[in-house]
Design a protein around this ligand. Structure first.
Ligand code: IFM
Length: 444
């Protein structure tokens, strides 16, 4: 096992991050809080075979009962910002029935953070839905935009007074791919054509919530920003000499990376999948509804057109490339490529890095991953790309959806038998970077 240490010669990367740059770590409610019993995921996890390691989320990292201690651990990372999600299924377990205790819990969480000078960055929907919403069709349900906007307003009007930045929906691209194409997340559909309705539902839900939150904020004289967290990947042809691979990579880039981003700019959602789907939805209320762009970056896929694969595409990783515990390619330059692509598409819009991290249960390469990605991020900032922050995924180990508890993304290790948290070496390095806003040279 390789472990990385901060060099005793204090060799710090010459350039440092801008003065107001914010260091942040991220989580989502279902993955850490535990007992999300009124959600669609809770039900899904009980099915045999649903979760790779066979474990439902249960108590997860028991964060619900450890707010005080966990906030201390957050503060020890020297972060200025914490991205977390509010759980709709806990706030509104049945239609129109508002759980005031759950709301009070999140109010307290915001208070604890604020007392320590940590700014909350709130996600309103991160993969899970209340079961009653999922039973009505989730994002395919015509009442979804109203229901989501009503929930968002309820939260904002009661506990949003001190919160500036709001993320409506986390990774719409992953919800569509995993839930509607690959069929590994609820609602377990496996049909390329089925992405049309939920994609439209997400755009409408976001747009309605965007306008309602802004109206409310205006009426209170509060300044807020609202956006989405987009999962952006690098898609490159498996062989750059093969025009079919180039075509396939381009297609996936348009569809996977940009269809939702563009819809929130232009108010037009275009989904083009050859021989399958060719639709254009006009949603004028969605035009110009991202005050910032949330970027979740993890990896690169090399794309091969392959008629025998589902969707006619194969995702490959070059044999020589480093991979994480989940087999994802580690491609730090990809963060730079993605940021350049965003800034070319939507020049000068504030960008938040809402997630970046890796599954590394031995903490063998996370430190190097972190520093390498941050070097490329710094280069993007030096190029003038307006990136305001960096949220590392994740603050602590958590429930990795259908992969269960095995993948370890945390700066803190969690022992799920005792719920004990231990700062990893990479966590130490992160906290030093967050304190100094400078990059260390790591020695092995
Ligand atoms: O754990 C997830 C998170 O919920 C969404 N973005 C990717 C992370 C790692 O897979």
């Amino acid at each position: 096992m390789t472990s990385f240490m901060l060099s005793s010669t204090a060799s710090i990367h010459a350039a440092s991050f801008p003065k107001h740059f914010k260091w942040c770590v991220a989580t989502s409610a279902h993955q850490i809080e535990g007992h999300n019993i009124h959600s669609d995921w809770w039900e899904f996890e009980q099915r045999p075979g649903a979760i790779r390691d066979g474990h439902p989320s249960g108590a997860a990292a028991d964060h619900w009962n450890r707010l005080e201690q966990d906030t201390e651990l957050l503060a020890a990372l020297n972060v200025q910002q914490y991205r977390f999600s509010i759980e709709w299924a806990k706030i509104e377990p049945r239609p129109g029935e508002w759980n005031v205790e759950a709301l009070e819990h999140y109010r307290r969480e915001i208070e604890l953070l604020t007392e320590r000078g940590i700014e909350p960055l709130i996600t309103l929907q991160h993969f899970t839905l209340p079961k009653w919403v999922a039973d009505r069709g989730g994002f395919e349900w015509s009442g979804m935009p109203q229901a989501f906007a009503r929930y968002s307003e309820w939260v904002f009007s009661r506990i949003g007074g001190g919160v500036r930045d709001w993320i409506t929906i986390n990774e719409p691209q992953v919800v569509l791919a995993a839930g509607y194409i690959e069929g590994v997340h609820p609602p377990l559909k496996k049909d390329l054509k089925s992405v049309d309705l939920p994609a439209l539902g997400m755009i409408r839900a976001h747009a309605l919530a965007y306008h309602r939150l802004h109206e409310l904020a205006r009426s209170r004289g509060q300044e807020i920003r609202v956006g989405m967290a987009h999962h952006l990947r690098v898609y490159e042809p498996a062989s750059k000499w093969n025009p079919l691979d180039r075509f396939a990579a381009r297609l996936l880039d348009d569809l996977g990376n940009w269809s939702m981003v563009d819809a929130l700019e232009s108010g037009v959602l275009r989904i083009r999948i050859p021989f399958t789907l060719n639709v254009e939805h006009h949603v004028p209320e969605a035009r110009n509804t991202q005050d910032f762009l949330g970027v979740n970056y993890y990896s690169r896929d090399l794309i091969r057109l392959d008629l025998s694969s589902p969707g006619f595409l194969k995702r490959l990783v070059r044999k020589s490339s480093p991979r994480n515990d989940l087999g994802w390619e580690i491609h730090p330059e990809g963060l730079y490529k993605v940021l350049r692509a965003v800034n070319r598409r939507i020049p000068n819009r504030p960008i938040l890095i809402t997630e970046n991290g890796t599954a590394d249960h031995r903490d063998a390469f996370r430190s190097q991953f972190l520093v390498d990605h941050l070097k490329w991020l710094l280069r993007a900032i030096e190029d003038g790309i307006p990136v305001e922050n960096y949220c590392h995924w994740s603050f602590l180990d958590n429930y990795e959806w259908s992969e269960g508890f095995e993948p370890r993304f945390g700066l803190y290790e969690v022992n799920y038998s005792t719920q004990e948290r231990t700062l990893r070496n990479s966590g130490r390095i992160f906290s030093e970077i967050a304190r100094s806003s400078m990059l260390p040279d790591l020695k092995r």
